[in-house]
Every structure is written in structure tokens, then in C-alpha cells.
Design a protein around this ligand. Structure first.
Ligand SMILES: *[C@@H]1O[C@H](CO)[C@@H](O)[C@H](O)[C@H]1NC(C)=O
Ligand SMILES: *[C@@H]1O[C@H](CO)[C@@H](O)[C@H](O)[C@H]1NC(C)=O
Ligand SMILES: *[C@@H]1O[C@H](CO)[C@@H](O)[C@H](O)[C@H]1NC(C)=O
Length: 436
């Protein structure tokens, strides 16, 4: 779920002038990088009436298997004593939020709901300008799902795969007391966008503004931060990341072309072409979406190659064939600017349901104001994907993400016997954003 998975209109009724001073002083070397396992959870789109994702909007009774959505969850501990939550990893949103007691209106989640009254470090005391007595936030989504609650500061603890704890005192989180429409069973969302309240931003300079993830379709997926997140070596390709003023925080890339087998379909000359980011990369959206006119060119190229009988499913607008072998389908390559050519596995771009095999590139947008082009998490399977805020690059390295590598080490920065992490965040904002 993310921006794209639904169009999200965020109204942060923040009217704050506040400064946070975070001082972390530790006697041992804090990690400058670490890695942790993710949980991959699939949900059938029709398994519940509740729908919250953009992908979901396309579902139909026939679409169950095709539109199984994939979400990758991260475990966090919040509060003192720490309570475990699991939250959806989302590069398309900013705030880290979890459902909290008292629950005016909560959806069903797997883990117990966080009770801030039992935590000694929970502080709902961000200074807000009157008349707003506390810093309430409201996240509204286009399908009418929403999360409403209070912004607070709380200790967030992240445990690395190697067992070390990374403690983030006074992290700004959203404590949701009224949320509805979410189909996930996770406790909330971890925003990894570019903006100041995202997890990566709040980790501070120590983590170099860098994270990477590796989504496996079957095995254990991973996320890394800081020096562990550097993506390099054989096969690594990089492309420039862009942000847009009107969609703050989202990561955009430039898609130059899509190759269908040997046929290269350029975006140049189509309305899809842009010089400053024409496609959003999002960990929270399952499928990949292209703007309708360009998308039809890509589909036509697939149709030229595949000779099997076409089948259609009511309500699903996608290209399907009656076959049980992926061998007859062309390989899809995404060409991002700067020579970042991603040769996608057929499992990343086609999906089989026993009766048919369908192209999993959707011709969007689902609503007129939704994002037109999204590079979703399924197409990113088995790539190590690195986001580096300092170089403004997104890097990809073909990787068998499910293969258990050596136990990742926590990296430590040599000079940090006593580490001071001082971070001022100054808001003078009345945020009223419409986000997709
Ligand atoms: C999804 O639906 C398929 C077919 O109906 C079923 O085999 C599968 O177990 C379901 N998966 C989940 C996670 O519910
Ligand atoms: C929760 O928020 C919704 C949407 O703003 C509102 O209509 C509803 O009354 C709220 N529910 C409670 C129990 O406060
Ligand atoms: C694609 O997925 C199928 C079913 O999970 C699996 O058997 C096959 O090995 C996968 N192909 C590749 C190239 O990973």
C-alpha cells in the first residue's frame, strides 16, 4: 500500500513550530549499517471485502490469483518496554504509523495493538500552534481507507539479522486511533520516502540516507541500511532518482524504453516521455502500471510474439493467453536512463493461474488523478534495489534474494566511540497535500 496503491490525500493537520533535538550517546560503537529480514505476505484480493490498494481496485472474482497482492513487512519494536509490531514497507509514503489503543476504530491486525499508556517513552507533546491541542494527523486514501491519530515521539528499536539492536529514541511516529479500509493484517506502515518523518530520514546521518531491499518471491527478503545498503559489484546498474515538488517524497525514475524480446518500444515521442522522472518506483505497489497509450504499444509487441489463444476475463483489462508455459512469452527489459537496463525474469512480468498466463503490466491509471506509471514490487523481485540519497541514484543488481547469504554483519563506524547524533527538524508548516 502506498501512494500509488491508492491515491492518498494526506492532510497533516500539523501547524507546528517545533524543534526536535535528538541526542544519542552510546558508549559502544553504534552500527553504521545493518541488515534485517522482511516478512513477505500475500493476500488474495477477494479474500476480504475490504480493499485498500490501488491494485485491488482492479480485482474481480476471476482475478483472485492474478491479483494476489504482495506486501513486505518489517518488524519494529516500539516503546519502553519494547512491543513488537510489523509494518508494511512503503517507499511511497512518509510516516511510520501503527494502530494504537484506545481504538476508536481499528482494523484487525495480527499482533496485539500498541498501548501507549504502557510505554514510559511515549510523548504526545509536540508543540502545536493553537487551536490544535495535539498534533493530529490524517491520512486519507482515494478508496476511502484512512488512518487518523496523533503524532508522538517514541523509542523505536530495530533488530538486525545478526541480533544487534538499533535504538532510535524520540522518533516521530503516528499513533492511529481511527483507521479503516486496510486489507493488511500488519500493524501499520513504515514510510521510506524522501521526506523528513520517514524511517530513513529519522535514522539520521549515520545511515548515510541509504537503504536497499531484496524482495524474494519465495525465500526470505531483506532490507539493509547505511553502509550495508551499498549496491555494487557485477551486474549493478544505476539510474538517477528524481523528486517532484508536487509529489514530495516520492522516488521517480526515467523510463526510456521497454523491450519486448528484441523489439524496443521507446517512450521518446510519446506523451509518456519526460526528462525529470516519468515513473514512480514503489515498494508498496504490487503490479507495474504504464500510461494507457504507451502501454498499448508494449502490449502490441507482446501480441506480435505470442501465438497462443487469447482469453479475456471479465473486468480485468490485461493480456492473457490460454497456455501453461511461459516459454512462448518474450522477455521484458526495462530501460531506465543512464543505461540501467533491467532484464526481468518472466516470473516478474507474467503470472500463471492454471488456465491462463497474463502479462502483469497494467495499463493505468485506475482513476484520472492516480499516478500513471508505477514500477511495482513484483517486477523488482530478485533485484537488490538500493536508494542512495547522497548520490541521488537508485541501483539494481540481479540477485537471488531468497538465497541465504552469509550472516550480514553490522558495520560500525570507526570514529564513533561516543556518537552524537544531533538532528534539528524545524516545521513551520500547514501541510495540506494531495498525494497519489
Ligand atoms: C488464494 O486463492 C487461491 C485460489 O483460490 C488459493 O489456492 C490460495 O491458497 C489463496 N491464498 C491465500 C493466501 O489465501
Ligand atoms: C473515524 O474517522 C472517520 C473519517 O474521518 C469519521 O467519519 C469517524 O466518525 C471516525 N470514527 C470515530 C469513532 O471517531
Ligand atoms: C518461476 O516461478 C515458478 C513457480 O514458482 C518456478 O517453478 C520457476 O522456477 C520460476 N522461474 C524462475 C526463472 O525463477
Amino acid at each position: 500500500m502506498s501512494y500509488a496503491t491508492r491515491m492518498m490525500s494526506v492532510t497533516l493537520s500539523l501547524q507546528i513550530i517545533t524543534a526536535f533535538l535528538f541526542i544519542t550517546a552510546t558508549a559502544s560503537s553504534p552500527p553504521s549499517g545493518f541488515t534485517m529480514d522482511l516478512i513477505h505476505r500475500r493476500t488474495n484480493s477477494s479474500s476480504s471485502r475490504r480493499s485498500n490498494t490501488y491494485d485491488q481496485l482492479r480485482s474481480s472474482p476471476y482475478a483472485d490469483i492474478f491479483f494476489q497482492t504482495s506486501e513486505y513487512l518489517m518488524k519494529l519494536k516500539i516503546g519502553t518496554p519494547p512491543v513488537e509490531i510489523d509494518a508494511v514497507l512503503d517507499t511511497g509514503s512518509e510516516i511510520i504509523w501503527t494502530q494504537c489503543l484506545p481504538c476508536l476504530n481499528c482494523y484487525k491486525q495480527r499482533n496485539p495493538i500498541f498501548d501507549p499508556s504502557k510505554s514510559s517513552t511515549y510523548k504526545e507533546q509536540l508543540k502545536c500552534i493553537t487551536p490544535n491541542p495535539s498534533c493530529d494527523y490524517t491520512l486519507l486514501y482515494g478508496d476511502q481507507s484512512y488512518s487518523r491519530g496523533s503524532l508522538a515521539t517514541e523509542t523505536v528499536t530495530i533488530q538486525s539479522t545478526s541480533g544487534h539492536s538499533y535504538v532510535m529514541p524520540e522518533t516521530v511516529i503516528g499513533c492511529s486511533h481511527n483507521s479503516s479500509g486496510f486489507r493488511t493484517t500488519a500493524s501499520g506502515i513504515v514510510g521510506l520516502s524522501w521526506k523528513s518523518l520517514s524511517l530513513i530520514s529519522q535514522m539520521g546521518k549515520n545511515m548515510l540516507g541509504a537503504f536497499s531491499y531484496c524482495f524474494s518471491p519465495e525465500g526470505t527478503s531483506k532490507i539493509s541500511f547505511g553502509s550495508n545498503a551499498i549496491v555494487s559489484g557485477d551486474g549493478t546498474v544505476s539510474t538517477t532518482m528524481f523528486t517532484k515538488k508536487e509529489k514530495p517524497g516520492f522516488y521517480y525514475l526515467n523510463l526510456d524504453a521497454v523491450s519486448v524480446g528484441e523489439a524496443r518500444v521507446e517512450t521518446l515521442g510519446t506523451p509518456f516521455h519526460a526528462v525529470d522522472g516519468n515513473i514512480l518506483i514503489d515498494s508498496g505497489t504490487t503490479l507495474t502500471y504504464l500510461p494507457a497509450s504507451y502501454c498499448s504499444l508494449v502490449r502490441e509487441s507482446v501480441e506480435k510474439v505470442v501465438t497462443a489463444e487469447r482469453v479475456t476475463f471479465s473486468e480485468i483489462d490485461t493480456l492473457c493467453y490460454k497456455t501453461n508455459t511461459m516459454d512462448i512469452f518474450p522477455v521484458i527489459t526495462m530501460h531506465f536512463s543512464g543505461g540501467a537496463d533491467l532484464v526481468l525474469d518472466k516470473n516478474n512480468t507474467y503470472m500463471a493461474n492454471g488456465q491462463a498466463i497474463c502479462l502483469m503490466i497494467m495499463c493505468g491509471p485506475i482513476t484520472p488523478i492516480a499516478e500513471k506509471a508505477v514500477f511495482g514490487n513484483r517486477a523488482q523481485n530478485n533485484f537488490l534495489v538500493g536508494y542512495d540519497h547522497s548520490s541521488l541514484q537508485v541501483s539494481f543488481k540481479p540477485t537471488d534474494c531468497g538465497v541465504t547469504q552469509d550472516m550480514p554483519r553490522d558495520s560500525t563506524s570507526a570514529a564513533s566511540f561516543l556518537q552524537l547524533n544531533i538532528k534539528f527538524v524545524l516545521f513551520i508548516v500547514a501541510l495540506s497535500l494531495i498525494r497519489l
